[in-house]
Ligand binder design. Sequence first.
Ligand code: UDP
Length: 362
Amino acid sequence: MHITLVAGARPNFIKISPIINAIKKKQSEDVDIQYSLVHTGQHYDRLMSGLFFEELGIPEPDVNLGAGSGTQAEQTASIMVAFEKYLVAHPTDLVIAVGDVTSTMACAIVTKKLGIKLAHVEAGIRSFDMSMPEEINRMVTDSITDYFFITSDYAKQNLKDAGVPDERIFFVGNVMIDSLLSNQDKLKRPAVFDSLQLNEKKYIVLTLHRPNNVDDAGNLVDILQTIDSNVNGTAVLFPIHPRTEQKLKGLNLQFKNIKTIQPLGYLEFIYCVKHSLAVITDSGGITEETTILHVPCMTLRDNTERPETCSIGTNELIGTNPQNIVPALKRLFSGEWKTGGIPELWDGHTSERIIDILLKNQ
Ligand code: UDP
C-alpha cells in the first residue's frame, strides 16, 4: 500500500509526525506500506515550518509545492494546480489530509477528482461558524472523504447528521496528543524562560491568530491592553503569530506585563505551556494540549469545534468581547479553575490505530 501524506501549515506538521512514525513502525515489521510526504508550502518560514521538521524528526518532504502566501483563493488555486501535477506523476493508493487548513481542503478536492481514496484525520469537528475559513475547509473536505478518523463523539454526531454511514467513521483519538505524549521527555526550556526570569506556574502563555481577534488592529490592541492591565503583575509570554505581528507593526505599543517573542518551536512551546499558570488563546489545537496538561485555558472565541476541551478538559469559552477577560482572570487568580479530565482515546496511540485501520480496509 502506498500512502501520500499532505501537510502545509504549523498545526499540520504536529499531526503528521506521529502518523509517519506509525508507518515506519509497520515498515520495521516488514508490512508492505510506503509513503510520500507532500509539503504544500502554505507556511514557509523557518519558525512556522522548518523548525517543526527538525524538532519532530519529520523526514524531508518528497516535494514542496511552494504555494506561499496569498488570498484564500490564490493559495487554494496554487496548491490545487501543483498537487494535481504531483499526483498524476506520482500515483498513490490513498491520500491522508489532516486538520482544517487551506492545504487540507485543496488537496482533498484534487485527490477525489483524480479518483483516489481520501482519508481525513480530525474529521467531523464543527464550529458552525461560517466566518472561519477553517470551518469551510472542514465541511468541504468531509463532504468528499472516504475514511473519517475522529477525535470525539461530537465529531461522530456531526458526520451522522451529514449522512455519513457508520462504517466509514473511525473513532481513533487525537494525533496531536500522540505528538505531545511522545515528546514529553524531549521538551526544551527556551532561552527566553531565563532571560525573562519566568518562574514555574507564575506566568501566562498567550497566543492569538484568528481573523476575528487580530484583523482589526483596534480590537487586537483592546484585547492586549485588557490582558496587560488585569494580570496583577503576572508575566504574559506572547509568542506572536506572523499574521498578528503584521497587524501590530508600527504601532509601537508598550506593555507592562506582556512579553512579545517570536513563535516558539514545538518542544519549547509545550515546555512553556506545561509550566504555565494558564493559557489565553484563540487556537484550537492548544486547547487540546492544555486539556492533556491540565493547564487552565481561556479561549477568546464565541464557539469551538472541540467542545470536549470545555466539557471534559480545562478550556472555557470566554468570548470575543475583551471585557470578558477581566472576570475570567479574577477566577483564575482566586484558584477556582477546573482541573479537568482526559477525553477517551487521547492516549498516544491514535496514529497506530489509523494505520491499522487503513491496512485492514485497503
Ligand atoms: N505552537 C508552537 N509554537 C508557538 C505557538 C503554537 O509550536 O509559538 C503549536 C501548538 O503547540 C499547537 C499548534 O502550534 O500544537 C497550534 O497551532 P495554531 O495555533 O497555529 O493552529 P490551530 O490549532 O489554531 O489550528
